[in-house]
Design a protein around this ligand. Structure first.
Ligand SMILES: C[S@@+](CC[C@H](N)C(=O)[O-])C[C@H]1O[C@@H](n2cnc3c(N)ncnc32)[C@H](O)[C@@H]1O
Length: 456
């Protein structure tokens, strides 16, 4: 991903980094970019220095995270709804409002830099608008009106925690107000960095010690024996330990999904939706690089990332293949001892990682995702040998994408030969400190031919 264009040299301190932040927010809102990828690309570009790096990340994340609340506040001060403003100018106002309402940046500095930026990006009129709106917001931040928390608790929660109302409504119906508040709060906290130790090359304690020598604090994960949580780090990819393939960045919940498949030496394993390969490489490592792991993905370009990850970690047991997971059972019947289906999903479990996801999804998306996942599961399952295992995983905890998919599959004609092998597992950001994630392990009954057709 190309980083946002560098703004022209600014005489005013602090304007350049804010312009980069506004342009990044704009690309997310208007062009469908993902904030975590844009942020990573910008930081890798290395033109922002020192405190500006943290400021950039905070402004982009914070603005996208709090966008619902910011628009609610701006709406009270604008003659027309924020949605009707020129998009780049609207994003200047949002980034300015974020700083006024959620950071310690002095109001004069926010107004000064925002007005300058609005004029530069939208002309003199935009500058005047930013001046009027942000100065009023600075002086009236404590007098803003919010939905009434007693007569409209869902509306209050949705605006104050900046989540879409439809999502808060469905969560409150499922979990109640208190639990939903905690979940929304967890969505608004940026996750720290978790890495998966390459246990084929080092141990968790040895890697922690090596990182400590670089000034990085590494604490053991609570759930996966190869997880380390890091703090006090800069660019991890510059570290010798990274270049030596001793770890990759991965959330702990994802590690548990690969572990649930328990791949072993000598087995045939398929990762049906593999790219970019976080779980494929974990599956290969768990089998001591002694299984035959086939990584399938519909996206050829992203499959090269699987190959790059395998090379980086020194794994030789992975083969990649472009293809539709939904046809695996038909093309490779009873071939695999173990299959992972980490299905495409709404991503509503990883809002804390991609704050904009909350604004991109709607109720029909959840239903459509569930239908697609069930088709994929039904299409993948026949690739498993009788007696073999299948793990279904998604980074969502919506029922349509989780339990309903499993129940629907087990009650279908193709699912009758299958059982749930272990209780399905759901991980929650506010409970486990991981991404929101669901996985279920299924086992195919032994009735039927014992041998596969040896196609891979
Ligand atoms: C949740 S991501 C997988 C993440 C991956 N397992 C990892 O841990 O790095 C879902 C993947 O499914 C792929 N995909 C979507 N539809 C597919 C299909 N019909 N067949 C195969 N892959 C598909 C997408 O390209 C995407 O890479």
């Amino acid at each position: 991903v190309a980083p946002a264009l560098m703004p022209e040299r600014q005489s005013r301190p602090g304007v350049a980094v804010r312009e980069l932040a506004v342009r990044a927010v704009h690309r997310v809102n208007e062009q469908g970019a993902y904030s975590n990828i844009l942020i990573e690309a910008e930081l890798a570009h290395d033109r922002l220095k020192g405190p500006d790096r943290g400021l950039f990340v905070g402004l982009v994340r914070g603005t996208l995270e709090r966008q619902g609340a910011l628009d609610w506040a701006l709406d009270q001060l604008l003659a027309r709804p924020p949605g009707q403003l020129e998009p780049l100018v609207r994003d200047v106002l949002r980034v300015g409002a974020y700083q006024l309402l959620y950071t310690d940046v002095p109001a004069w500095a926010v107004c000064d830099t925002s007005v300058h930026l609005a004029r530069r990006l939208g002309g003199r009129g935009a500058g005047s608008l930013a001046n009027a709106v942000l100065r009023r917001l600075a002086s009236s931040a404590n007098d803003l009106s919010w939905p009434d928390r007693f007569s409209d608790p869902v509306g209050y929660l949705a605006i104050r925690q900046s989540h879409p109302r439809w999502l808060v409504t469905r969560w409150v119906e499922r979990f109640g107000l208190d639990e939903t508040t905690k979940l929304c709060e967890a969505d608004n906290v940026a996750p720290g960095v978790t890495v998966r130790v390459n246990l084929l090359r080092t141990t968790r304690s040895d890697l922690a010690a090596a990182l400590a020598r670089e000034g990085i604090v590494a604490t053991e994960g609570r759930w996966a024996p190869e997880a380390l949580h890091l703090s006090g780090h800069g660019d991890l990819r510059g570290l010798q330990a990274y270049q030596d393939g001793l770890f990759i960045i991965q959330d702990e919940a994802s590690m548990l999904a690969a572990r649930a498949l328990s791949p072993r030496q000598g087995e045939r394993v398929i990762d049906a939706c593999a790219a970019p390969g976080g779980k494929t490489t974990h599956l290969a490592a768990l089998a001591g690089d002694g299984a035959r792991v086939l990584a399938v993905d519909v996206n050829r370009t992203k499959l090269s990332q699987v190959e790059a990850r395998a090379r980086h970690l020194g794994l030789t047991s992975i083969t990649v293949s472009e293809g539709d997971a939904g046809r695996l059972g038909e093309l490779m019947p009873r071939c695999a001892d173990a299959v992972l289906l980490d299905a495409p999903c709404t991503g509503l479990g990883v809002i804390r990682r991609r704050p904009e996801v909350r604004w991109r999804r709607s109720p029909p998306d959840v239903v459509a995702a569930g239908q697609r996942q069930q088709e994929l599961l039904s299409g993948v399952a026949p690739a498993v040998k009788p007696g073999g295992r299948l793990v279904y995983a998604v980074c969502s905890f919506e029922p349509e994408e989780t339990e309903d998919v499993i129940v629907g599959f087990l009650s279908s004609a193709g699912g009758r030969a299958w059982d749930i092998d272990d209780s399905p597992c759901t991980l929650w950001p506010h409970v486990h400190g991981t991404d929101g994630f669901f996985y279920a392990r299924l086992r195919r009954s032994r009735i039927g031919p014992e041998e596969g057709n040896g196609a891979f």
